[in-house]
Design a protein around this ligand. Structure first.
Ligand code: SIN
Ligand code: MN
Length: 280
C-alpha cells in the first residue's frame, strides 16, 4: 500500500494519520480469534490490569505466525517506510486488549520518552501503527491525540512530574487501603498543565474507525485513552517501527527483547494471505 503525498504531508503536519479499512473486517476478526489463544499464555510478556483482565501482551509475533506476518504486511510496513523515509525494523509489537466494561486508561504521554530514557534510542525516527481489531468508537476508549504536538520534541518529564512527590503521594494512598487500587500509573507522563495548554491551542482528536483501520502515530505525539466502560472490547495490535539508522546506543541494563529490539533486520514487506496461514 502506498500513501498519497497528501497523506504523508498530513502525517508530518499532525503527527498521526488514520487510514480506514486497511484490513478487511474478516481479517480483523481472524486476528481477534488468534489473539484469544495468544493472550491465554501466562508468561512475563503478559501484563494484567488490577481487575485481572489482560491489559497488554508483548511480542505476540515471537510465537504466533499470523502476528509475525502482519508485522511485515505491506499494508503497514510499506507506509511506515514511506513516513519514516527509509528502511525500518520492528522495534516492539504488542496487543492492547482493552476489555469491555473494565479496560483501564492510558494517561497522557509521549512514547519516545520511554525509548530514549530506558533504551537509549538516539532520535524520534520511530512510529507506531495501531491496527484496530474491533470497531473503535467514542464509547470503547479510543486513542486521543493532540495534533501537531510531536513538533515540540520530547518534553522533559523530570520537570513535569505530578504535583505531589512520590513520598507525599504514598502517604496519601495509605490513608485508606482502597486507594491503592485506583491508579494505573505510567512511569513517564505529561503534566496536566502541558496538556491543557496544548489542547486549548491545537484541539484534540479521537481516533475512531471500523475494525481493520490503522492509526499511524509519531513517537513524540501526545496521546492517551480513557477507560472502556462500554460492553464492547477495544482490541488493538500495535507495531512500533524504528528507522534502521536509529538503533539504540549501548546501555548498561537493556530491557528484554520483547520490549525493545536493539539490533533490527530491515523489513521486506510481504503480501499476507490470512486464509492460507490459518488453514496450515
Ligand atoms: C499506548 O499508548 O501505547 C496505547 C494506548 C492505547 O492502547 O490506547
Ligand atoms: Mn503510547
Amino acid at each position: 500500500m502506498k500513501l498519497t503525498n497528501e497523506q504523508v504531508a498530513f502525517y508530518h503536519e499532525n503527527g498521526y494519520l488514520l487510514v480506514k479499512n486497511v484490513f478487511t473486517a474478516d481479517e480483523a476478526n481472524l486476528m481477534c480469534s488468534e489473539m484469544e489463544s495468544v493472550i491465554a499464555e501466562d508468561c512475563p510478556r503478559r501484563i494484567l490490569e488490577k481487575s485481572g483482565s489482560v491489559r497488554s501482551f508483548f511480542a505476540p509475533h515471537f510465537t504466533n505466525e499470523l502476528f509475525d506476518l502482519v508485522s511485515r504486511d505491506e499494508r503497514v510496513a510499506a507506509p511506515t517506510a514511506q513516513l519514516l523515509d527509509g528502511e525500518v525494523y520492528l522495534y516492539q509489537g504488542k496487543l492492547n486488549t482493552k476489555a469491555a466494561m473494565c479496560g483501564d486508561w492510558w494517561e497522557w504521554h509521549q512514547d519516545y520518552t520511554y525509548w530514549k530514557q530506558d533504551d537509549g534510542m538516539p532520535r524520534p525516527d520511530v512510529l507506531t501503527a495501531m491496527i484496530f481489531l474491533n470497531d473503535v468508537t467514542e464509547f470503547n476508549g479510543p486513542m486521543l491525540l493532540i495534533p501537531g504536538s510531536h513538533k515540540t520534541g520530547t518534553v522533559d518529564n523530570e520537570a513535569h512530574q505530578a504535583e505531589l512527590s512520590d513520598e507525599e503521594y504514598a502517604k496519601y494512598l495509605q490513608k485508606a487501603e482502597y486507594m491503592t487500587s485506583l491508579t494505573a500509573d505510567l512511569k513517564y507522563k505529561l503534566n496536566q498543565q502541558t496538556i491543557r495548554n496544548w489542547a486549548t491551542s491545537n484541539g484534540l482528536v479521537s481516533a475512531t474507525g471500523p475494525a481493520g483501520s490503522v492509526l499511524f502515530f509519531h513517537g513524540n505525539v501526545f496521546h492517551a485513552s480513557s477507560n472502556n466502560l462500554s460492553p464492547w472490547p477495544r482490541h488493538t495490535y500495535l507495531l512500533t517501527y524504528n528507522h534502521t539508522g536509529n538503533e539504540p546506543l549501548e546501555i548498561e541494563h537493556p530491557r528484554p527483547e520483547f520490549l525493545a529490539v536493539r539490533k533490527g533486520v530491515a523489513i521486506k514487506p510481504v503480501k499476507v494471505n490470512f486464509d492460507a496461514v490459518l488453514t496450515t
